[in-house]
Design a protein around this ligand. Structure first.
Ligand code: ZN
Length: 271
């Protein structure tokens, strides 16, 4: 698959109407019986959608998915919408999803919010009202067994991911890469974003406490989970492929967490 070659100094591909996408997410969540909470009002509308496990389920695995923290990464919210609309999940799974953490960034097709803040550097000393609201909500939630943060990278040669797994729990990373590789290029560079990488997997050797600017994943691994993935779709490739890559990676991780889901739908091309 050829790169589109349109991303020169940043993302130059398709943009999305984030209000419409969030509206679709609410409609799908409602249709499938999820609870819906606005943790910050419009125009910085941040939704938290919750799928409760059946009452009969004991010790339901808890999943957290977030995306749309960078307003020039449209595949994430589109993947969240598709996951909600298809509503194919392992039985008994409890899910919390934030389908867009930076709506004002999408209105401008830029990474930062409309005040120029990179929200994914706000999680140690938050100033942005979006992040303050998000952290307050996260603190009210129970711990998660798995956290997935969906992103895109305009420079990447293919899909890749970051793993934070301090306890060396069984890792779905290789399975995610193998599944995505069936239809999307993988960035197999030995260095990605200044981190050593192997076959599209970055396992950063770091202690968040030594870092001055925290992405969301550092907050999650410090306070909410012991297993976190940041998934990066390559945004110089077709949007439908990137959405499918993120959805497939999510489904693969869920299978590892909970056993097989219902049959996935490869080749879904909704954008
Ligand atoms: Zn990002």
């Amino acid at each position: 698959m050829q790169r589109l070659g349109t991303n020169i100094k940043g993302y130059s591909g398709e943009t999305i109407n984030i209000d419409a996408v969030q509206h679709d997410c609410v409609a799908a969540a409602q249709a499938h019986g999820w609870s819906i909470e606005a943790i910050h009002p419009a125009p910085r509308l941040i939704l938290a959608l919750t799928r409760h496990a059946p009452r009969t389920t004991q010790h339901a695995p808890r999943l957290y998915i977030s995306t749309g923290i960078h307003g020039d990464e449209p595949a994430g919210p589109l993947a969240a919408r598709l996951l909600l609309q298809e509503n194919v999940w392992p039985p008994g799974l409890e899910i919390r999803m934030c389908p867009c953490l930076n709506p004002t960034g999408f209105a401008l097709n830029r990474r930062e919010n409309r005040d120029g803040l990179d929200l994914n550097r706000q999680y140690l000393a938050p100033q942005a009202e979006e992040t303050l609201a998000h952290i307050a909500w996260l603190k009210r939630q129970p711990p998660f067994d798995l956290c997935l943060c969906l992103h895109e990278d305009w420079e990447a040669h293919g899909f890749y991911l970051y793993e934070l797994n301090p306890d060396r729990l069984p890792s779905p990373a290789e399975a995610m890469i193998a599944r995505v590789a069936t239809f999307c290029p993988i960035d197999r560079s030995e260095m990605i974003e200044s981190w050593p990488a192997k076959n599209g997997i970055i396992r950063p050797d770091l202690d968040p406490r030594n870092r001055p600017q925290w992405p969301e994943a550092f907050f999650l691994i410090t306070h909410k989970t012991r297993l976190s993935y940041t998934l990066e779709a390559p945004s110089d490739f077709p949007l439908a492929v990137r959405v499918a890559a993120l959805v497939s990676a999510v489904r693969t991780a869920l299978e590892a967490l909970s056993g097989p889901t219902a049959a996935p739908r490869p080749g879904h091309s909704e954008t």
